[in-house]
Design a protein around this ligand. Structure first.
Ligand SMILES: [Zn+2]
Length: 294
């Protein structure tokens, strides 16, 4: 009997751990310009722009946080969130879609975001179930769409090359010198989600494109982590490009994935960049497979 109890205890504990608890999560905000903010909580960073009549939200973390996010927004503005843009389809960026749609938001994203959200997908070895119809973007675009916040400010939503996924967008506020780069720019090694059409060369091209768009004063909202600047972006670009070139050379020398992993190709950055979601061996594996599949 004791053994049965111990077994039950273990299975209950692990299922509780699997069901993430958001009770302790607090939503905090940081003001970047007169009318643009970044909101932090648990999951992908959110951008918030206040227009003449409406509030515009970028990503929405997880569904259990929607009420807290709405109260954090209410502290900043009494304008309703009318438009919600998804940087890509991952659950820590679109989890609140349905709640915001039910509160009156119109959701926009690249075509592939809606495609992947509406069909089962393989993520890190597990299959996802399709999202309910109400959580899907109602307006999708192929290349780009521009939202006009007021008489003088705009918000450019630009689909970029396949990189983190095949549905990534940058959201650029040219008059305010702010850009939200989604998970093309995280706070550690990049996650190249090969199952969602991710690609290392596309990522490097996108990072180069972002470098050409920004200047020393640009405030860069990353998918995760604190607001960054051009110097941080330059460093991240250099690391990703160096890793890509090292893995490419290993492939050219006939190295198997196991041999490439044993070479310590990411060693000098593992302490700073490999302690979070993606570690050194995961980033090398993804780059290796991405280059092999090209
Ligand atoms: Zn992501």
């Amino acid at each position: 009997m004791k053994y049965v109890c111990a077994f039950l205890f273990i299975s209950i504990t692990s299922s509780l751990v699997a069901q993430r608890n958001f009770d302790g999560v607090e939503i905090t905000s940081e003001q970047l310009t007169d009318n643009i903010y970044v909101l932090y909580g648990a999951g992908g960073n959110m951008g918030l722009a206040i227009g003449e009549e409406y509030a515009y939200l970028i990503d929405d973390q997880f569904a259990p946080l929607s009420e807290k996010i709405q109260s954090a927004i209410a502290q900043i503005t009494d304008k309703p969130v009318r438009f919600l843009v998804n940087t890509h389809w991952h659950g820590d960026h679109v989890g609140g879609n349905r709640n915001f749609a039910e509160s009156g938001a119109i959701i926009l994203a690249n075509d592939n975001v809606r495609k992947r959200m509406s069909t089962p997908q393989e993520r890190r070895g597990q299959m996802t179930t399709p999202w309910p119809h109400k959580a899907l973007p109602q307006i999708t675009f192929t290349e780009a769409i521009t939202l006009h916040l007021n008489e003088s400010q705009s918000m450019h939503v630009m689909h970029v090359n396949d990189s983190h996924t095949d549905g990534d967008s940058y959201i650029y506020f040219p008059e305010s010198n702010v850009i939200h780069m989604g998970d093309n720019f995280p706070d550690g090694y990049p996650y190249i989600d090969l199952g969602s059409g991710g690609n290392v060369d596309g990522l490097i091209q996108n990072l180069s494109m972002a470098l050409a768009m920004v200047d020393e004063d640009t405030q860069i909202i990353r998918g995760h982590g604190k607001v960054a600047n051009k110097t941080h972006l330059q460093e991240f670009h250099n690391i990703v490009k160096t890793l890509r070139d090292r893995v490419s050379a290993a492939i050219d020398n006939g190295k198997s994935l196991e041999e490439a992993l044993a070479m310590g190709l990411s060693k000098e950055w593992d302490d700073d960049y490999g302690q979070g979601f993606i570690d050194g061996s995961e980033v090398i594996t993804a780059i290796y497979k991405s280059l092999k599949s090209d």
